[in-house]
Write a protein that binds this ligand. Structure first.
Ligand code: G3P
Length: 221
């Protein structure tokens, strides 16, 4: 399963990238707005300068609502680098833009997905990724992971190639459930990324091993 960082924070992106355990990044207008970049050009430049390995994926989102402008914005974003995947919202216009951008060889991430039929239509429009927002569904007392299960079933039924990118992740439990359901990717905040490695019993175990090792006076080198 691919792991993306859901962030526009350069420090967090660099720290996560240095582990060689992330496959890319997703950004959105909200994430862009909280980091204080002087311009969108600076944001795209700085983020693209981190993600340089051949298979790295960098998701940038369009910021318009009509298909024509979304297509123009998508073409511009994709021209920045071969790593770019263009995010469009799952609206009628968004899917028209998705189809056209896909036809031009540009990978599209259809975002803000909250229903199985939205995911079905995104796949029909040729989306490279569909981004269901599980946390926001959970927040309003719906079942975010049930949506992933439904989309997985639909895509499997019809051999649809669109990859399921689980978004709006609130904790490691979402990552685990996504992996169990066979989702293709997760995008996570840095705070969740750190938690994926951690377990209290691992820390307890390490301390015990180190204490006992000191007692032996052994040396490895
Ligand atoms: O990248 C979009 C999505 O992950 C946003 O998550 O936390 O704003 O619901 P959140």
């Amino acid at each position: 399963m691919k792991i993306f960082l859901d962030s526009a924070n350069l420090n967090d992106l660099k720290k996560a990238y240095a582990t060689n355990l992330i496959d890319g990044v997703t950004t959105n207008p909200t994430l862009a707005s909280i980091e204080g970049y002087p311009s969108f050009e600076k944001l795209t430049h700085d983020i693209l300068s981190i993600f340089t390995k051949p298979m790295d994926v960098v998701n940038f989102e369009v910021a318009s609502l009509d298909a024509k402008t979304m297509i123009e914005e998508g073409i511009k974003l994709a021209s920045l680098s071969k790593h770019v995947v263009v995010k469009v919202p799952v609206t009628q216009d968004g899917l028209i833009a998705c189809k056209e951008l896909t036809k031009r060889g540009i990978r599209v991430n259809v975002t803000l997905c909250f229903s199985p039929t939205q995911a079905l239509m995104a796949a029909k429009a040729g989306a490279y990724f569909i981004s269901p927002f599980v946390g926001r569904l959970d927040d309003q007392n719906e079942d975010g992971m049930r949506l992933i299960e439904q989309i997985k079933k639909i895509y499997t039924n019809y051999g649809m190639k669109t990859q399921i990118l689980v978004a709006s992740i609130r904790g490691p439990h979402h990552v685990m459930e996504a992996a169990l359901l066979g989702a293709d990717a997760c995008t996570i905040p840095y705070s969740v990324f750190e938690k994926l490695f951690r377990h209290e019993l691992t820390d307890v175990g390490i301390n015990k091993f180190l204490d006992d090792w000191k007692k032996t006076k052994f040396k490895i080198k």
